[in-house]
Design a protein around this ligand. Structure first.
Ligand code: SF4
Length: 605
């Protein structure tokens, strides 16, 4: 098969043994790779209803046919597990160089199960896997662990490591890889904690295999036609990175602030991409062979954090530690982001959980004595301290480590009404109230509060009616098929959306034809997306997910946005109910949100 290594590697961290299985053409063509492979492998190999920290849970790394080709944004991989935060199927993608290097091992997927007796790192080469002692790495930051492994294994080896938060089973622990000045983070869902529960500090890859492309001329012609839209469409990203979104989304009245009690942040300019770029920009950084270079390295040149050099906080991070916390101290956002990266924490969940705490303290649900450090709206010093305490599960950090939903439940049943989360995953910075496509999108997303299931990008475009529920279930279905296909190819979302389109369409079908040689049509590719969504739903249905779980945060359903360009918008339960009816009907699921036999059969499942 062109575009594939053709092998899956199963690794038991408990015994240190591994075995290889071939990838059949039927599996490859029906699920592509990445997200599709991970979903199928999780459904087939993870027993139902187990705890996320059960050794039988799997961490699956998967690349796709596009990984390590010449498509811009091709060094991208998917990692999946049953999430300790949601208890459901969860996948997350990341860049850097690690994904291309994994492809060069000749394995399309790595399935890690079991639990090592002592800390190890899993070393994968073309020959297979071995578990190497990692006692000396335990306690190290993600970056120090990666650098120590590269010093031992050589610079051509790439490592993806958890930090102290993953070791201590913080439910939203992340993992990261470092290459030159570029970091690649799998942030969401706590997959870093699942690796930690297996005593696996890192996964390393090294190899030299080349990805064969069936029709290089066809691929080149596709890339030639898409070069101009890619360059034009990524201009703001290339210049500012994702923080360019702060100002326009705030103007739209859709930037969550003060734990979502507002969606206009009066001090948004101070934490905008333009402002931070002017003061802090040091240099651009990029994933392997990507012309966009959306990564930025910042240097703080004034104030209390003077001298800090670290990665730019992404837009979502600015929302979580900035507007949601009423915090306009821009340098503190870079510091918070850096702490989370080094300690191995998801910035969105961390920030949104802290926003809940700030409101809970104001309402008297939590006392200052319980929190243990001075904290409240705009208190960035307290914010930084609480991040450190979370990673160490120290004092109140032990409760923060459980995420906003579990923390609220431990406070009072009433308190969960102030949590901005769906399926216990805290929401990112694309409004569930101001974008109706996100309302139905978040409610039905496999992962819950994720902006990578249904995409916000098309909804910001002129001409998209973001205010009406009309047509939004159709939009969510199409968008979810696109993200499933995109994460299975696997291509970076930024380069694919801006260079090749927002939905499954001819450029993607052509991409698959060029790399694999299959006669892939748009219709067949759309069905691949639908199949993957159904496999994920089957996993979640097995865990008990039904219509009752496809809901939105209480505030989104009951409190209209108070001011700004989106004033009055929210998604009342009756409106959500109508959208869900339509969504399930489009999907061929029953009224309780369970895929029907008929639809599954039609999809070959
Ligand atoms: S657009 Fe940004 S995230 Fe995507 S591959 Fe390029 S540098 Fe990496």
């Amino acid at each position: 098969m062109r575009g594939y290594g053709g092998r899956i590697l199963f690794i038991d961290a408990g015994t240190g043994k591994s075995r290889t299985e071939p990838v059949s053409e039927a599996m490859a063509r029906s699920l592509l790779g990445g997200n599709g492979f991970a979903a199928r492998l999780m459904l087939d190999h993870v027993p139902a209803q187990i705890d996320a920290y059960d050794p039988a849970n799997a961490v699956v790394f998967a690349v796709g046919p596009i990984t390590d080709t010449s498509v811009p944004g091709n060094s991208r991989a998917c990692v999946a597990a049953k999430s300790p935060l949601t208890g459901l199927f969860f996948d997350s993608t990341f860049g850097g160089r690690w994904p291309a290097t994994m492809k060069r091992t000749g394995f399309d997927a790595l399935v890690i199960t079991g639990k090592a007796r002592e800390p190890v790192y899993v070393k994968v080469t073309e020959a297979g896997a071995e578990c190497k002692p990692a006692r000396a790495l335990w306690g190290k930051s993600t970056r120090d662990a990666v650098h120590a492994i590269q010093a031992a294994e050589g610079g051509e080896t790439d490592a993806m490591a958890i930090g102290p938060a993953g070791e201590r089973l913080v439910r939203y622990a992340s993992m990261g890889t470092y290459w030159k000045n570029r970091e690649g983070f799998s942030g969401r869902g706590g997959i870093g904690a699942v690796l930690g529960s297996k005593n696996v500090k890192a996964v390393t890859v090294a190899g030299t295999r080349k990805t064969e492309v069936a029709d290089p001329a066809l691929l080149k012609s596709l890339l030639d036609t898409q070069r101009e839209p890619l360059t034009t469409g990524t201009k703001a990203l290339s210049t500012y990175g994702t923080p360019f979104l702060v100002k326009p989304i705030n103007t739209l009245g859709a930037l969550g602030a003060y734990n979502l009690r507002q969606e206009v942040f009066a001090e948004a300019v101070a934490i905008s991409g333009e402002e931070m770029h002017a003061h802090y920009h040091d240099r651009d950084t990029t994933c392997l062979k990507c012309p966009v270079a959306c990564g930025k390295q910042y240097e703080i040149r004034d104030g209390e954090l003077n001298g800090l050099r670290a990665k730019m906080p992404e837009y979502e991070t600015i929302f979580a530690f900035g507007s949601m916390l009423g915090n306009a101290h821009a340098a503190s956002l870079t510091k918070a982001n850096d702490l989370c990266d080094l300690l191995g924490l998801d910035t969105i969940t961390m920030g949104v959980t802290l926003a809940f705490v700030a409101e809970a303290m104001e309402r008297g649900w939590l006392s200052p004595a319980e929190v243990g450090v001075p904290f409240g709206w705009g208190n960035w010093q307290g914010m930084l301290r609480l991040i450190e305490m979370t990673a160490a599960r120290e004092g109140f950090g032990d409760r923060l480590a459980e995420g906003a939903w579990r923390l609220a439940e431990s406070v009072s049943p009433e308190a969960t009404k102030a949590v901005y989360a769906v399926k216990r995953l805290e929401l990112p910075a694309h409004s569930a109230r101001a974008l109706k496509g996100m309302s139905i999108g978040y409610a039905t997303a496999t992962r819950g509060g994720s902006h990578h299931d249904t995409r916000p990008t098309p909804q910001y475009a002129q001409g998209f009616d973001r205010k009406s529920p009309e047509g939004k279930p159709e939009f969510a279905v199409k968008s979810q098929h696109f993200t499933a296909v995109d994460d299975s190819l696997v291509v970076c979302r930024f380069t694919s959306e801006r260079g090749f389109g927002l939905y499954v369409d001819e450029p993607y079908a052509k991409m698959v034809r060029a790399v694999t040689g299959w006669g892939m049509t748009v219709e067949e590719l759309e069905r691949v997306g639908e199949r993957i969504i159904n496999v994920e739903r089957l996993f979640n249905v097995r865990e008990g997910v039904r219509r009752k779980d496809d809901v939105l945060p209480w505030r989104v359903m009951h409190e209209p946005i108070p001011e700004g360009a989106s004033a009055g918008m929210h998604c009342p339960p009756a409106e959500l109910g109508l959208m869900l009816d339509r969504y399930y009907a489009l999907r061929g699921w029953d009224a309780d949100g369970v895929p029907t036999k008929q639809r599954l059969t039609a999809l070959g499942l």
